[in-house]
Ligand binder design. Sequence first.
Ligand SMILES: NC(=O)c1ccc[n+]([C@@H]2O[C@H](COP(=O)([O-])OP(=O)(O)OC[C@H]3O[C@@H](n4cnc5c(N)ncnc54)[C@H](O)[C@@H]3O)[C@@H](O)[C@H]2O)c1
Ligand SMILES: [Zn+2]
Length: 381
Amino acid sequence: MTAPVRTDPTTVRVALDARSYDIVIGRGLVASLGARIEALRPRARVFIVTDRNIELHHLDAVEEALAESAIAASQLIVSPGEASKSFRVFEQVCEAVIAARIERGDLVIALGGGVIGDLAGFAAAAVRRGIDYVQVPTTLLAQVDSSVGGKTAINSARGKNLIGAFHQPILVVADTALLDTLPAREFRAGYAEVAKYGLLGDAAFFSWLEANWRDVFAAGKAPGSGAREHAIAVSCRAKAAIVGRDERETGDRALLNLGHTFGHALEAACGFSDRLLHGEAVSAGVALAFEFSARQGLLPAAEAARAVRHLAEVGLPTRPKDIAGDLPDADALMALMAQDKKVKRGMLTFILVRGIGAAFVEHGVDAVQVRAFLSEKLAER
Ligand SMILES: NC(=O)c1ccc[n+]([C@@H]2O[C@H](COP(=O)([O-])OP(=O)(O)OC[C@H]3O[C@@H](n4cnc5c(N)ncnc54)[C@H](O)[C@@H]3O)[C@@H](O)[C@H]2O)c1
Ligand SMILES: [Zn+2]
């Protein structure tokens, strides 16, 4: 790989009293990782958790950066994919961290996408009742979403992310050059979460994305425009603000679930497989949330159509018929939604919208209307 062009990094602060930390965003930041860690935790030893795909492209550069600051590092490389968020792999990570004699005061580094961040973060939360960790997110989804906010988890046989902890990182280093090796489909899926921030609370950002999304996608080929870094920084600022108000999701943090109730049902219907990536499900879910809101008379149909148009323009699925293969019927999708841990006392909680940039939490959504809407959408297939 050629040396990445560097840009001045942007720092976004996640303000959580004693648990506050910086998200540093910029191209070529991995080179400064050792120095940043040394400044935060002088003489700490580190343990890197990553997956085989990331090892191939980026582990050497990370190890070099740590070596430059004379930081001793050991590592564990797990298989790529959601299956690694299991008890078995969690045990492997915990045992490897203990075997490497990482102690309190030392650090775990989660070098990877959301899978690695969730897995390594949860191991860091558990080993010795909590070791500090640093997120070095390598997917767009992880840079704008999963590496920020301190949710960590593995999966239960009964559902995703059911076993976990809130454990905030002490630093997030989002090097946008790492995304140059990310498969295009993964990048696009992560972009759904970027668009989500505009759609849920920042209409001006959404307009900016409509005008500049091509630069966000093409940044690997034409670094220097800063569009990618800008999109990531705005996304992180939005998430940091919400997490700062509601760390443990007792209120506002639920806004981040825009598109996720419909999305999770579709994702589950596809067996959480490569058939439908998380961000793709979110895209379809956001489109459905906008259309359902318009149906409820909350916003003009034309404004909902504008939101959907942008997602479709970047190549994301927005309708059930954009998803390859069979889908279950509306009743089965409703049952999947009811299983979702975001359901309280049998009532459907949805994030609805009064317009682009104006999402709100609605706890009492009428299941009958949702079902009717879904069967109509499924009939378009
Ligand atoms: N904790 C949270 O707040 C939160 C939020 C959203 C999602 N998540 C979790 O995140 C996970 C999904 O994360 P994801 O979309 O990043 O998927 P992922 O971690 O599985 O990464 C996607 C794929 O890209 C590969 N990859 C990663 N970085 C690469 C790079 N730079 N170059 C080449 N290949 C690379 C990975 O090996 C993997 O095959 C899910 O488990 C989800 O539950 C957590
Ligand atoms: Zn999501």
